[in-house]
Design a binder for this molecule. Structure first.
Ligand SMILES: *Cc1c(COP(=O)(O)O)cnc(C)c1O
Length: 418
């Protein structure tokens, strides 16, 4: 469910007409809906009503301050993977005590910063990281609250580039070796063991991998307690899929049912790290057709957005639904390859997509672009970072303006010999 619907023949974001927005901010741009963000957060939160839990929004999926602040306003914490993301979460109003720090390569500087802020938990992914954290905490005269990210060796059944829970990838510690790591952690003077964590992948459209992984995790908690560890938090990560096209992922309620069944009686605060599920459908990318051309019988619509603005199709072969901003009364009649201007043959958003007839100047929108869209954008081909606009009812705010060519050039220096 989202709040991007047609009213009076034009696509709107809540009460704002997208052609008017395009006229004011220029194209391409990202547009987010406050009501959709809040709704997704609440649906997830309410699915766990009555159970002690923390929802730590995965900032990497969309790090825009206005997005984080909207969710923080609903009570969200943050799952972060860098010092930059901690700074964003704090700037957007997330309480330090609601921040979980994930990632395989936390540097000592980042650890020191996070310790100084007194974050809720470090999800530790290796023994060398644990040793470094113990040292850094010791040098600051404090202790670090940790969970070990265990790898339950479950195939998430998702795209290889967003699968993280099988034993052959770089994430976490194999569940069969983690017990020993807990034993080491318990002996470290500046480490406080408080929980267990996992995250098996992203865009999961089946519940079975979650169920297998959570079951292993809960068994592992029992083992750890028998070993004498005090385990009070169970962080089950994120990863719940969303509908981009034809897939039918589990609803938050279905997901919650499995979580509740498997974690019944575990007596921990449950921690969730949803990203995509919260922001994915809360954002769209609006772009304008620059040219329509035909090559050997194939029709191309060349648009002003490109792979540097929305990387997912080029990187993950991802599907995004594409709609015209002017509601079409005619059926989709023509097949187009929708492509960007970047000099890469992978700069293709969609191949042979059936759409109403397009002409230069038309606005189209990529739906479900709120997660891993703007977050992954770059200035490749020296294209400016595009605006991000937040809508709330009938008003909007440009929460990240388009960068300028002046700023682009000013960010670099020539060596003094040039
Ligand atoms: C990316 C990531 C998430 C969020 O995943 P989604 O699929 O967006 O829900 C959560 N936790 C960790 C550790 C991650 O790396």
């Amino acid at each position: 469910m989202d709040h991007f619907t047609y009213h009076g023949g034009v696509l709107c974001a809540e009460g704002v007409k997208l052609p008017e927005l395009a006229a004011q901010v220029g194209t391409p741009f990202y547009c987010y809906s406050t009501a959709t963000l809040e709704r997704h957060y609440r649906v997830f939160d309410e699915a766990f009503a009555g159970i002690p839990h923390k929802i730590c929004y995965a900032v990497k999926s969309n790090p825009n301050l206005a997005v984080i602040a909207t969710l923080a306003g609903c009570g969200a914490g943050a799952d972060v993977v860098s010092e930059g993301e901690i700074r964003r979460a704090l700037a957007a109003g997330v309480a330090p005590g609601d921040i979980v720090f994930s990632g395989v390569g936390k540097t000592r500087d980042e650890m020191a910063y996070a310790l100084a802020q007194k974050i809720f938990q470090f999800n530790v992914e290796s023994l060398p990281e644990l040793e470094a954290l113990n040292e850094v905490a010791g040098s600051l005269g404090t202790t670090a609250p940790i969970a070990v990210r265990v790898n339950p060796d479950v195939d998430a059944g998702t795209h290889a580039k967003i699968s993280t829970g099988s034993k052959h990838n770089k994430f976490g510690i194999d569940i069969t070796e983690a017990r020993e790591v807990y034993a080491r952690a318990a002996k470290m003077p500046h480490i406080t063991v408080q929980g267990v964590s996992m995250h098996i992948g992203s865009q999961l459209t089946q519940l079975a991998p979650f169920e297998r992984a959570f079951t292993r995790l809960v068994e592992f908690v029992a083992t750890l307690r028998a070993d004498g560890h005090r385990i009070t938090t169970l962080d089950v990560g994120g990863g719940l899929g969303i509908p981009y096209g034809r897939e039918t992922p589990p609803t938050p309620l279905d997901y919650a049912e499995v979580v509740k069944k498997v974690t019944k009686g575990v007596d921990c605060t449950l921690v969730f790290e949803p990203g995509r599920m919260i922001v994915g459908n809360a954002g769209i990318l609006v772009t304008r057709v620059i040219y329509v051309k035909e090559n050997a019988g194939r029709r191309f619509a060349i648009v002003d957005a490109a792979m540097n603005d929305l990387m997912r199709p080029a990187m993950y072969d991802a599907y995004h639904e594409i709609v015209t901003v002017q509601e079409s009364t005619k059926a989709a009649a023509v097949r187009y390859d929708i492509v960007g201007p970047v000099c890469e043959s992978s700069d293709i958003f969609a191949e042979q997509r059936e759409l109403p007839e397009l002409k230069a100047g038309d606005l189209i929108a990529f739906r479900t672009a709120g997660a891993y869209g703007a977050a992954m954008s770059s200035m490749y081909n020296s294209r400016l970072l595009i605006p991000e606009v937040m809508v709330r009812d009938n008003v909007f705010a440009i929460c990240r303006p388009r960068t300028s060519y002046e700023a682009m050039l000013a960010a670099e220096n020539l060596p003094e010999w040039q």
